[in-house]
Design a protein around this ligand. Structure first.
Ligand SMILES: C[S@@+](CC[C@H](N)C(=O)[O-])C[C@H]1O[C@@H](n2cnc3c(N)ncnc32)[C@H](O)[C@@H]1O
Length: 296
């Protein structure tokens, strides 16, 4: 490796604070992603570990760009906002302030959603609410090409990014984006009782804890992507109440939950006559991080 690479790596190894919810980032993967970005070919930390590094040492503008990017990363700007890229379920997607940076942990729900859709015959109808950059919606459309996928978010900025992602991924005709509050954009007779799967990665942090999150998150990512109300479960509870109106009998609701929220929410859903099966999905540490509930 070149002297430039070793020098930048030493700076990152010395000063970079990586967050547990972005486990794909290490000093080396961050440097590689920033290096590609400085070379004019931005990519995510995941993609950067697989791509050979272009030589930039003899291009002063690229070296200066890299040094500035490393400095901004050390000052706490999220890597995905610096590169403009984030990987999700193997898809290289756009990332920008205004939309949450998709987390690896959300691949648990996305993977389960794809499996459910694959088991359904014909052209299943999936709806992803709180879609943000559209990561779960595009992952479902990519994983199950015969599925029809609709997606919505309250935030215009997030939806603008989701739209760009559709173009980048060549799937702008595969995911139909709508703006509005939770399931309200799908309140139409043609969809009532017809939806096979609803997915949601909602805001689920207690309002009082949002400002105290790591500065890299609290200062840069949109608050509305995290704030789940006084108890953290406002959106989750609304979905449990509203989803049965649009799901078909035997259709599924799949939600991501915060650490510690899963078992109580699963009990609440199990008591609800609208659902007849609830499954808890756990991460590698055994924490419940997603629930699947079947419409009775
Ligand atoms: C945790 S982020 C998830 C984004 C994306 N699915 C992901 O995994 O990166 C939650 C998203 O919910 C959106 N949101 C918050 N309240 C909403 C509501 N009432 N209706 C629709 N979307 C909402 C936010 O704008 C944000 O994009």
């Amino acid at each position: 490796m070149s002297e430039l690479f070793e020098r930048m790596l030493a700076r990152l190894a010395d000063g970079l604070q990586v967050l547990p919810d972005k486990p794909e980032e290490t000093p080396e993967s961050a440097l590689r992603a920033l290096w590609h970005t400085a070379a004019g070919r931005p990519c995510s930390a995941v993609a950067a570990t697989r791509r050979p590094l272009p030589p930039i040492e003899a291009t002063p503008a690229a070296v200066t760009a890299l040094e500035r990017l490393v400095q901004r990363r050390l000052l706490g700007e999220p890597l995905a906002y610096l590169t403009g890229r984030q990987s999700f379920m193997g898809l290289e997607m756009l990332s920008a302030p205004g939309a949450l940076i998709p987390r690896v942990e959300s691949e648990l729900l996305a993977g389960a959603a794809i499996e459910l859709l694959q088991r359904m015959p014909g052209a299943p109808l999936a709806v992803d609410v709180c879609t943000g950059s559209g990561n779960v919606a595009y992952a479902m459309a990519w994983g199950v090409p015969r599925a029809r996928v609709l997606a919505a978010d309250l935030s215009k900025e997030a939806l603008a990014l989701a739209e760009e992602n559709g173009r980048l991924l060549g799937m702008d005709d595969r995911v139909e984006l709508r703006q509005g509050d939770l399931l309200q954009p799908f309140d139409e007779p043609a969809l009532k009782g017809r939806i096979d799967l609803i997915t949601c990665i909602p805001p689920y942090i207690l309002s009082a804890k949002v400002a105290g999150m790591a500065p890299e998150i609290a200062r840069h990512e949109p608050r509305e992507a995290f704030d789940g109300g006084p108890l953290g479960v406002t959106i989750l509870m609304r979905l449990v109440e509203e989803a049965p109106w649009v799901l078909r009998a035997g259709g599924w609701l799949g939600v991501e939950v915060g650490k510690g929220q899963g078992p109580a929410l699963a009990r609440r859903i199990a008591r609800d006559g609208a659902f007849d099966e609830v499954h808890e999905l756990c991460d590698a540490e055994g924490a419940v991080r997603a629930l699947l509930a079947r419409r009775a």
